[in-house]
Ligand binder design. Structure first.
Ligand code: SF4
Length: 302
């Protein structure tokens, strides 16, 4: 699609419909360029509560748009493509969590926001990769079930003292694909580069990194770094944003296909259609939304 046409058309539609566009760092660069706000899950969850406008067009995967709807029950929340899901979020269902809770009442359930509204609704509190350590530290229980990401869970377990943390067997296939061999290869090729990774990466890969942080923490790190080359151990879409922020730095994806196909389903064409037709509206069952909201708001308080 022609860039200028797309940008102008979106601008026009946003004004006409009083719409705001929130976009995740992992979506297409052109979509990021027309967004009112670009961020990671935590930043977007916060923004979703603060932004004005009659329509929120959420450019990310489904659970993110659902979170925006849960926090804005009275507003119209749209997602450009409702089939854009999160493979990690699908690795746990609410029934399994309920069963676990019945059998293990001494555990607090801490759920990464990369999960469905149903799962959030049966959790004690949510967290993101940016605040997971703080959230787990904040719960009173000594035993914590962390779900669905075992990699983020193991990262939290390394940082939190005095709690027993049980990790669910879920993971992000996109971050999991970064193996030690790949990381060694890229480090060898760019020996003078700084290596930053997301905590959704495997522990062995995290152990090789110079910096570990959520996408927003990586953005902050890059803003301030003296390094001239950075190997990016998270989804490639982030590099679009990082290049705008630091045109003087060379960014290298940790492996060439570091791409979330689900996020890439949010194409400029679908974003445009979504605004023109006001599709696809995100709905969350009121009872589920109420319970999930409690878990998300508890997180935002932390
Ligand atoms: S990158 Fe991984 S965790 Fe993020 S949306 Fe894609 S599948 Fe889900």
């Amino acid at each position: 699609m022609d860039r200028t046409y797309f940008i102008n058309k979106i601008k026009e539609l946003k004004e006409e419909k009083r719409a705001v566009i929130l976009a995740h760092y992992y979506v297409d660069g052109l979509v990021q360029d027309v967004a009112d706000f670009v961020g990671d899950s935590l930043e977007l969850a916060r923004k979703a509560r603060e932004v004005e406008g009659e329509i929120i067009l959420f450019c990310g995967v489904y659970f993110m748009a659902e979170t925006a709807k849960i926090l804005n029950p009275d507003r119209k929340v749209l997602i450009p493509y409702y089939k854009a899901g999160c493979l990690m979020a699908d690795m746990v269902i609410a029934e399994e969590v309920e069963e676990f809770r019945k059998e293990n009442p001494e555990y607090a359930v801490v759920t990464y926001v990369n999960s469905s509204a149903d799962v959030k609704a049966v959790s004690d509190i949510c967290c993101t990769s940016a605040n997971a350590v703080k959230v787990v530290e904040s719960v009173r229980a000594e035993k914590v079930l962390f779900l669905p990401d075992k990699n983020l869970g193991s990262y939290v377990a390394e940082k939190v003292q005095g709690k027993e943390i049980l990790c669910w067997e879920g993971y992000c296939p996109v971050h999991q694909k970064l193996t030690v061999e790949e990381a060694e290869r890229v480090r060898k090729k760019y020996p003078d580069a700084v290596f930053v990774v997301h905590p959704e990466c495997r522990k062995e890969v995290r152990d090789m990194a110079d910096f570990i942080g959520s996408t927003s923490q990586i953005v902050k790190f890059v803003k301030e770094t003296d390094a001239r080359k950075v190997i990016v151990g998270t989804e490639k879409g982030t590099i679009h944003w990082l290049r705008k922020l630091r045109p003087d730095v060379e960014f290298i994806p940790a492996y060439s296909e570091f791409t979330c196909d689900q996020m890439k389903m949010i194409t400029p064409e679908r974003v445009l259609k979504a605004l023109e037709r006001e599709q696809f509206e995100v709905e969350v069952d009121l009872k589920v939304a109420g319970k999930a909201r409690r878990a998300i708001e508890k997180m935002l308080e932390v």
